[in-house]
Design a protein around this ligand. Sequence first.
Ligand SMILES: Nc1ncnc2c1ncn2[C@@H]1O[C@H](COP(=O)(O)OP(=O)(O)OP(=O)(O)O)[C@@H](O)[C@H]1O
Ligand SMILES: [Mg+2]
Length: 502
Amino acid sequence: MLWVEKYRPKTIKDVVADKKVLEKVVTWAKNWEKGIVQKPLLFAGPPGTGKTSLALAIANTFGWEVVELNASDQRNWRIIYHIVGEGAFSETISDEGEFLSIRQGRLKLIILDEVDNIHKKEDAGGEGALIRLLKKKPRQPIILTANEPYNLSAELRNLCEMITFRRLDVRRVVAVLERICAQEGIRADRRALESIARNAGGDLRAAINDLQAIAEGKTEIRVEDVVTAKRTQETDVFKVMQKIFKTTSSAVYSEAMLLDESPDDFINWIDENLPLEYSGEDLLKGYLVLSRADIFLGRVRRRQFYRLWKYATYLMTAGVQQVKKEARRGFTRYRRPAIWQMLAASRQRREKMKTILAKIGRYSHLSKKKASTEMYFTIKFLLSKTEIPIAASVAAFYDFSEDDIKFITGDEERAKEIMKYVKEHRLHRVEDESFLTAFEMLEREEELATAAEAEEEKLIEVVSEEGDESEEETEEKVKRERREKRRKKKSKGKEVTLDFFS
Ligand SMILES: Nc1ncnc2c1ncn2[C@@H]1O[C@H](COP(=O)(O)OP(=O)(O)OP(=O)(O)O)[C@@H](O)[C@H]1O
Ligand SMILES: [Mg+2]
C-alpha cells in the first residue's frame, strides 16, 4: 500500500496546518452542524500540502458523508451537476424515505477537486455552471480545491471563502517522516530525512513517496541511502520495469516517480516491453491499463494539467503490475522504445522543413505559414519537374543546399545534378556576400594559374627552340588547346545573378 494513503490524516488533528486555518475550518464545520448555511470553502495551494486531506479529515471528524468529485473532467461534470444539484438543494432523505432538514439529516460534504482546471468557456459543466450552482447557496457543505486559484474568475472566487495552503517547511515535513518511520519500525538518520524533505520542496506527498521508495526492504535509512537512491534509481528504468513485470512490490509507483523519465517517456518503455513479459489475457489487460494511462497523459499534454501525471504513473506502474496472473520467470532483455527512433527522425524532418520554409519565407517575403501553404509545393514542382537549369536557378535563388533539395524533391541524384549546375554556373543571389567573396577568391586563383601557365609556356618555347620542327608543331597545338581551355573556363565562370521571382 502506498504510504501516502496509509498515513493520510484521519482527523483534523493529524493534518499539519497553521492553527488559524484549522480554527477557521472547524468553525465553518460547526456552523454547518448548527444548521447555518455557510459559503463554500476554496482550498488553494500547491500539490501535496494537505488540501484533500483536510477536507476528508473534516468529514471524518464530524461524521459527514463525502462525495468526492473531480471538477476538471467535463464528462463527469454533467453527472456532478446532478449529484451536487440534488444533494445540495433538496433536504436529505432518511433511510426510511422521510425528508429531514439539514440539521437532522446527515451532512454530505461535497469535495470538488481541481476546480482550476474546469473549462472556462464550456457551458455544460463549465465554470458558468459552477457559478450558477454556487449562487443558489447550496444547503450542503462544499469544499473546492485548486492549485492555481487565480486561474479562477473573480466571480467564482467571491462566491467562496478562500483558504490558502502553503508549501510545508522542512522541519514539518521531517516531523511527519519521522512519525511514519517510527510506525514502520525503521530507524532513520535525521539528516537523511532532512535531505528527502528538502528535495520535496514543500510537497509532503512527494516526500512520503520518496521515503517509501528509499525505505523499501530496509530497517534503517542512512544519509548515503538517500544520495545513492537518487543516483541509482534515477537511471534505473530497467529495475523498475523488472519490479512491475515480475513482482508485486508496492514500491513501483514511488520508484517510478523517482526516475529521471517523465511519465510520457516511461509509458513508452512499458509499452515496448510489455509483450516481452506478458502474454494472453495478461497482455490484453496490460494494454487496457496502459491505454487508460495514455488518456491521462493526453489530457496533461492538451491542458497542461500536470496533476494527472500521478494517476497516469500509477496506472502504468502498479496498474500494469496488478493485472498479471503469473510473471514470466528468468531474465528478460528489455528493449529501448522503438518509437523514439521514429520520433527522432520525424523531429529532424520538422527541423529541416523549418529551415527550408524560413529560406522560402525570407526570399519571397512571406511568413513561414504562407511559405508552407502557398509556395512550398510550387517550389517542389519547379525543383523536381523542370529542366535542370531552371531548377538550379530556383535552388540558387532560395539558397538551398544540396541537402535541402534532396529533402524537397526526395531525389538524391537530381539534387546532385542541380547542385552541380549551380556550382558550375556560379548561380547565386545578388546579395549573397559570402558567395561573392568565394567567387573573388576563385578569380584570383585563376589569375595566378594563368600567370603560371604563361611562365610554363615561355619555358617550353625556350626548350622547343632547341628541338626539331615536328616538336614545334606539337607545341603549337598544345598552346592552342590551352588557350581554348582557358577561354572556355572563363565563359563558364561568368557569374549569373538572379532576380528570379523578386
Ligand atoms: N498537511 C498535511 N498533513 C498531513 N499529511 C499531509 C499533508 N499534506 C500532505 N499530506 C500527505 O500527503 C498526501 C497527499 O496530500 P493531499 O492529497 O492532501 O494533497 P493535496 O494538497 O490535495 O494535493 P493536490 O493539490 O495534488 O491534490 C496525503 O495522503 C498525506 O499522506
Ligand atoms: Mg488533492
